[in-house]
Design a binder for this molecule. Sequence first.
Ligand SMILES: [Zn+2]
Length: 884
Amino acid sequence: MRASRFVLALLFGLCLTFPDSPATAAAGAQQARLPTPEQFFGFRIGADTKLVRWDRMLEYYRLVEKASDRVRLRELGKSTEGNPFVVLEIASPDTLKQVDYYRGLQRRLYFQDGVPTESERDEIFQSGKAVVVVTCSIHATEVGASQMALELVHHLATDSSPRVQHVLDDVIVLLVPSLNPDGQMMVVDWYNRNLGTEFEASPMPWLYQKYVGHDNNRDMYMLTQVESRLTAKLLWHDWFPAVWLDEHQMGSSGARIFVMPATDPINPNVHPLVYRWNGLFGQAQGAALEAAGKDGIIYNSTYTNFWQGAMAWSGWWHNQVGLLTEVASVRTASPTEQQRGQLGRPPAPVAEGGRGGGRGGDAGRGPLPAPTDVMPRTEYPRPWLGGRWTLRDIIDYELVATMATLEYAADRRETLLRQIYEVNRATIEAGRKGDPSAFVVAPDAQADPLAAYRLVDRLQIAGVRVYRADAAFTADDKPYRAGAFVVPMAQVFARYAKDIVEKQSYPEVRRTPAAPPEAPYDVTAWSLGMLLGVEVAFVKNPLPESLALTPVPESPKLAGTVMGSGTVFSFDYTGPEGAVAINRLLKAGASVGVSRGQGGAASGAAVVEVTGVPLTSVRDVAAALGLQVRATTKRAAGSARPLKAPRIGLYQPWTASMDEGWTRWVLEQHEFPYTTLHNAEVKAGKLRDRFDAILFADQQANSIVSGNEATGMRPEYRGGIGEDGVAALQAFVAAGGTLVMLGSACDLAVERFPLPVKNLKRGLTRDQHFAPGTIMRIEVDTAHPLGAGVAARTYGFYNNSPFFALTEGFSSQQVSVVARYPNADIVASGWLRGEEHMAGRAAVVSIDLRPGRIVLFGLRPQHRAQTQATFPMLFDSFYLAATQ
Ligand SMILES: [Zn+2]
């Protein structure tokens, strides 16, 4: 064995690593020059209260790359706030020297270059590596994994034990040491600022990703944020790893680590082998942790196997093993102390509110209550019983779990490759047989043709191959025109493509027949076509053999045009791009009006009429946005309602509201200028002088008024808008301003104005009515100014927010229901308990208070920037406010 390897080394002129060879001694000497993280940073990683900041981490990784021939650093791009977003490619020097060859094998494993020949397939099994991506600390307050990565890299770069050699020889590690560099630095700075003060546990009052905070792990199908896109590119365009480990932290008082498998329900579109491998890897982690004497390892808990949207989990539909670890948290880097419990003897229940939480502002310095989950069982054989828990403990657990993942991948390399190959082969084979064989999106059949392009773009970012039909064709007896987008299921990521557009049916889980159904982990619906307002047609039978398909280039665009001649321009307002066009043209000084259209491409659609700008400006806007503009010499008969650029104030609480962040994202993407309003600015009043519309994102009414009053909160961020703020909002409306309330924020207006509207969601128990994220059918009054740009029948997103009945009001109040739920068959995708309560009820209400206005969005018009079909309703509320 040794002789033959030596011969090989001579043949290829490579330095294979022998424990006693001169080459290794030289490499060892070189690697010895690499300081340990402790030497480099001056403290042991994970020491109490000590954190390394991302910029310093990068310095260390650059040093490692120079010192070690086992590590290569690649910058994938810049984060949202312009920081380097990197991956470390770690493997034996021989592997790294031929890294493109191995990446090629991996691409072939995922059928990227067609079906491999038999010899290519055998080459993959024989020579391919187990490619494992490890992603750290997307949730920046979950600091452990990014800190751990420093020691992991040093270990892999310098250790010469046979086990590490085995990993380096058989695995290619793709380590993303931070999925959220911006947030990492924010959290470290915030922690250091408060360290040693009474505010050490004070929650950070802003989001740890500029726009989306914790929802950065909810973006893997809409793929809006650059971090999501860079990850998608690494995973589904560049490397195609077979295994993805994403490392998180959870609450502080229960199990010490969650490992896979996750819990029911499972998703029908994931191949069973993926679930099997999730379990195998998770159990390998658990076994390694047990062997290291660690307590409190749990699986089959909390996190469901159903949901799309999170990082590693989105890998399942891409035929990738996707692993989550969740380790118990400390208070950022400050240790926790927990009272000790008794094995098998849960403590008596404590009244609501009697428990100190792990992360809240008042989570005191005193010990946490004893653990309640102390019953040993199959998925939790050795429960955690309390005691001291430190950042170093988190890092130790994560190091063991990560190395176990890599060693298991090395041990099972060939089996892993063979079985993932089988999953990929079977996926393509199933698509060839049909049922379904494809889905078709015909852009010219859509109420909003541009939405079809947006849908294709998202699919392509996620690695799905999309084609256009070269000629008209018939499938399942249905005719399609040339140019229709076709997504064949005979492709490796067909499971993802299918799951992302079809209707979701969430299988209720009851642990016993008498037990209530368990709530889903996150949303239950993500049908992308519905969210975008695009009709998707599944084809059951095999596609016609004569059908010629052309691959769609990256980010396909509809060509914008200006047809006809004259200085009066008009275009159909059928979706969000219409609002972008309006904003650009208003900014260019145009006179812009909107009317309910008689003709146009989409009959009944609102029509935007533009005068007072040169053709070139209109042409630029049309070209950039893909608009079909008509030029004429005469204005249309009837009057268009003039539009003005709205002055928008967006309330930003100090409670780090994700919905506020998403709202900012949506406003910026659609070029609505806005001003952020904090408590002090709302309280200061005189709001009408500055704003036409003031917007409150989803937030409980009492939270808006009172904020976070916890004594552990830094004083400058305590409290809400207070009674002064409420009075200022009342004065704003009385002076003609428009309040736009989203989700739970509606209650503030309903309670404080008062309005002739009742929130029917209030008072319903969870057993009576519950929907943690469901796509609903809605009927929109397109004759109302808020209905412009929206289809008359479309889809809205509902997430346990209000829905309304109208009540007797003052004669001065003119109430319009802009969108309502149908009388039957309300749920379009996902899960809802208590549908009957919503039948025929109002989803969006506009109340003209003469002179002011209040708009209540019970449905969530901009939820996670996903609900694009309803974006225009939100935008219209600003336009209407500007002319109120
Ligand atoms: Zn997390």
